[in-house]
Write a protein that binds this ligand. Structure first.
Ligand SMILES: C[S@@+](CC[C@H](N)C(=O)[O-])C[C@H]1O[C@@H](n2cnc3c(N)ncnc32)[C@H](O)[C@@H]1O
Length: 260
């Protein structure tokens, strides 16, 4: 069963320069032999997967994502590339035919609330000694945008659409993540947070980015004609905090090895 929500893959491809930059950073600390069988867990449209593949000239990548639109986009990207297989799977019920040497993931784990189950599934998909190298949103991530979103949801014009709302993102801290990974069967675990401010040239750019990348679940609840004004209202509140359109990202970095 797929629980992951849908994404606008076309807009994501257009607006994900930031996520691609983060992906490049995480790949920079991936010391690969080059012949590994890898999984990209939450591959999106495959922009970062393509860079992962370039680090594995004799290896292969199973690119997994829960969104139908993202999977279709990734399949188009890798059409004719025999070293990449794209599968639509929920990482919370991940199943692989053969265990892999490496699991790579960026900008995905914070979309998944049950990290115990997620890490257990990743451990089962890895060979003994196989590595997990990942990054996602961590504790305190985009706190201004989170506050601004709550305030906007409470405005009279939007309130009725969010009755019973439960946030779909989870920003874990480093020590809880370390403990969870060890319980799931990983060793040599390192988990740490770092800050990354992302500045945008205009308010419109920030609103478009928020609408596509951050507020997708919120916008799904709203009628089409209210979506733009919701994202714009969140963007205005975010920018009002320090007088410029910027997001206060906190990234949770993870490296770990599957115990023998
Ligand atoms: C922000 S995108 C990141 C995509 C890509 N890794 C990148 O850095 O551009 C997050 C991706 O995680 C996927 N995702 C979220 N929850 C998931 C789940 N439970 N199972 C599989 N994919 C999931 C989404 O469908 C989406 O494509």
């Amino acid at each position: 069963m797929i629980l992951a929500r849908e994404w606008d893959a076309g807009k994501y491809e257009e607006l994900s320069a930031l996520q691609t930059r983060w992906g490049v950073g995480v790949l920079g600390r991936l010391d690969a032999r080059g012949d590994e069988a890898a999984i990209d867990a939450g591959c999106g449209t495959g922009r970062v997967t393509e860079l992962l593949l370039a680090k594995l000239p004799e290896g292969s990548v199973l690119a997994v994502d829960g969104s139908r639109a993202m999977v279709e986009a990734a399949r188009r990207r890798f059409a004719g590339e025999p070293r990449v297989r794209v599968e639509r799977q929920d990482l919370l019920s991940l199943e692989v035919e053969e265990r892999v040497d490496l699991i790579f993931s960026t900008a995905t784990f914070h979309w998944i609330a049950d990290h115990d189950r997620l890490f257990g599934n990743l451990a089962r998909a890895l060979e003994s000694g196989g590595r997990l190298v990942a990054q996602c949103g961590g504790e305190g991530n985009i706190s201004r945008a989170t506050r601004a979103t709550i305030e906007t949801m409470e405005e009279e014009r939007f309130r009725d659409y969010f009755v019973g709302w439960k946030d779909d993102k989870y920003y874990a801290d480093a020590s809880t993540t370390t403990r969870r990974l060890e319980v799931a069967g990983f060793e040599e675990v390192a988990a740490w947070l770092h800050d990354e401010v992302a500045a945008f040239d205009t308010m419109g750019e920030l609103a478009r980015f928020l609408g596509t990348v951050v507020l997708g679940g919120h916008l799904e609840r709203l009628p089409e004609e209210k979506r733009g004004s919701f994202a714009a209202a969140v963007a205005e509140k975010v920018a009002a905090v320090d007088g410029r359109p910027a997001l206060d990202y906190v990234r949770l970095n993870i490296t770990a090895r599957r115990s023998a």
